[in-house]
Structure formats: C-alpha cells, structure tokens
Design a protein around this ligand. Structure first.
Ligand code: PBG
Length: 325
C-alpha cells in the first residue's frame, strides 16, 4: 500500500498520544460539592453515594484543606437542614446564623483562597422538598424569586464568592444580580444552573440531603430532557440577566447540550456530573464490572471535550489524585 495519510502514526506511543491530546483535565477544572451537616466530628457515608460523606463543619475544613492541596480551587456547598427548621418559605435559608452561613464563614476564614460557591434553592429548607414556595399544587415563581434574591445576599454577606441558583425559577438571575448590586456586593459572582433538566439522576443527592419532593415532581420548573433549543434559550437569558458562569446539568446524558451551549455563549460553561452518574460508576466498579479509575477519567474527559470549562463532580478528589499521579 502507498498511503498518504496513516492516522495511526499519531497513536503509536504514550509520548506521541500525550503530545497530540486535545483535551487535558486539570484539578482546577473541578468544583467539589460538599454536603455539610450539624454537629462536630461527623462524617456519615451517604448510602446511595458510597465513598461520599456528609460532614460537620470541622471535618469539612479538613476536607477543604486536602482539596486545595490537590489543586482544586472551588467547592460548592449544600447543607442538610434539620426537619424542625423546615417550612414552606425557606425561613431558615435566610438565617444569618444558619448552617450555610456558618459554613461559608468558617471555610473563608480558614482557607480564604478557596473559592466558595453556594447552592441557592429552597428544597433543603422546604417541608415539601420543592425548590420554591408551594401554594396549593403550584410552585409559585415570583414569591420564590424574592426569597432566592435575599438568600443570595445572605450568602454574599457571609463571604460566598459565587452563588449558584439551582432552582430554575424564571427571572431569578436578574433579581439576584439586582439584589447584590443594591447591597453593594459587586464582587459576588453568579453561577447559574441554566439548563437544568428534570432528571432521575438526582436521586442519590436527594437521599444525601433528605430533600426528595413530598408531592409531584419538578417538571414544572426543571427542563424536559426532550428539549435542546430550549436549553439555548434558557442559557442566553441567564447570560443577559447577569450570569457569570452558566451550567448544564446533568452532564453525561447531556453532552450534546454542553457543546451546544459552549458554541452559543461567551462565558465559562460548567457541567454538573451529578449524584446518579457518580453512583452508577461506583456500583459497577463495586461489582467488578468497570475499572473505576479509568471510568472516572474517561467520563470527565468526555464532559470537558464536549465543551465544559468547569465540572462539578463528586470524583473531584479522586480525579485530582489520578491526574497528579
Ligand atoms: C437542588 C439541587 C439538586 C441537585 C443540586 N441542587 C437536586 C434537585 O434539583 O432535585 C442535584 C445534584 C446531584 O444530583 O448531584 N436544587
């Protein structure tokens, strides 16, 4: 044969493959989600997320230190609210001494360099487990947005670097931006969950925070996974309303959406490799059906290749260790 182009030349050795690799993961690509609970010395494994823990603030500080030493630059905080503090209006979400606010302060004072991002939605605080205020059977938009804006200011006040609204109410990015501006928080960023789909892959997360919806589902606010054009509309609107970073969620069943968004916006795009995606790899690896480390790196590389600049993932620490060798 006299071939002009032999594509295998560029695949011959690990050195050549490394030289021409188009996608390279870095620890700084990862956002590590953290689940925080009351108490001291607490480190409880989440049953549907083996190898992942709910921790009290003291243990969380240790974890943050370790993450930073591995090269991870940002954490995304979720708190587990006690049942007696839950109501329909998210009252506890605004408590300046609430678990979220205390966690932000503790992390920023122990590790000021770590970027602290905070989840903004009512579900962990809601007796109904919904992301917004419930009226009859409805999750009401405008009153919810008011609370989300106040919640964001409260997180900014405690020292959050970015607030991350994950609720999918209409108009919340603009309302949050205006509230931050009004109160002088001109350095607080907004990472908007812009294309967040109503997905079964959030199941294990809801176990972690005991936040499963008490009635119905989230399909009147989270997106229908049949839709792609709508994801572009949602995301462009969030950028117009002031989002600094936009997000697609989940990640692996939505790689086409990540690429579509990457091609349509000029802000960083993040993707959330969610709890169910973590659990699937963990479960298959436990059965001996998948090589866990290889599955982690291949999955995260595919998400970055699709167009994600940042990846929120429960594998952040494992992946950083694998990358660092
Ligand atoms: C809540 C929220 C959810 C997740 C992040 N923020 C759950 C939901 O929308 O029901 C899911 C994260 C995961 O599954 O890892 N607003």
């Amino acid at each position: 044969m006299h071939l002009i182009r032999r594509n295998r030349i560029l695949r011959q050795t690990p050195a050549i493959r490394a030289m021409v690799a188009e996608t390279i993961l870095r620890p700084a690509d990862f956002i590590a989600p953290l689940f925080i609970t009351e108490g001291t010395g607490v480190r409880e494994e989440i049953s549907s997320m083996q190898g992942y823990y709910r921790m009290s603030i003291d243990n969380t500080l240790q974890e943050v230190k370790e993450l930073w030493s591995l090269g991870i630059k940002s954490v995304l905080l979720f708190i587990k609210c006690s049942d007696e503090l839950k109501d329909n209006k998210g009252t506890e979400a605004l408590n300046p001494k609430g678990l979220m606010q205390r966690s932000i302060r503790a992390i920023k004072s122990a590790h000021p360099e770590m970027i602290v991002m905070t989840d903004v939605a009512l579900d962990p605080f809601s007796t109904y487990g919904h992301d917004g205020i419930v009226d009859g059977n409805e999750i009401v938009n405008d009153p919810t947005v008011e609370v989300l804006a106040k919640m964001s200011v409260s997180h900014a006040q405690a020292g959050a670097d970015f607030v991350a609204p994950s609720d999918m109410m209409d108009g919340r990015i603009l309302a949050i931006r205006e509230a931050l501006e009004n109160d002088g928080y001109t350095r607080t960023g907004i990472m908007a969950y812009s294309a967040k789909y109503a997905s079964c892959f959030y199941g294990p997360f809801r176990d972690a925070l005991d936040s499963a919806p008490g009635f119905g589902d989230k399909k009147t606010y989270q997106m229908d996974y049949a839709n792609r054009t709508e994801a572009i509309k949602e995301t462009l609107m969030d950028v117009e309303e002031g989002a600094d970073i936009v997000m697609v969620k989940p990640a692996m069943a939505y790689l086409d959406i990540i690429r579509e968004i990457r091609n349509n916006v000029e802000v960083p795009v993040s993707a959330y490799h969610v709890s169910g995606e973590y659990a699937m790899i963990k479960a298959a690896a436990k059965m001996g059906w998948l090589d866990e480390n290889k599955a982690i790196i291949e999955s995260l590389t595919s998400i970055k290749r699709a167009g994600a600049d940042l990846i929120a993932t429960y594998f952040a620490k494992d992946a950083a260790r694998l990358i660092n060798g």
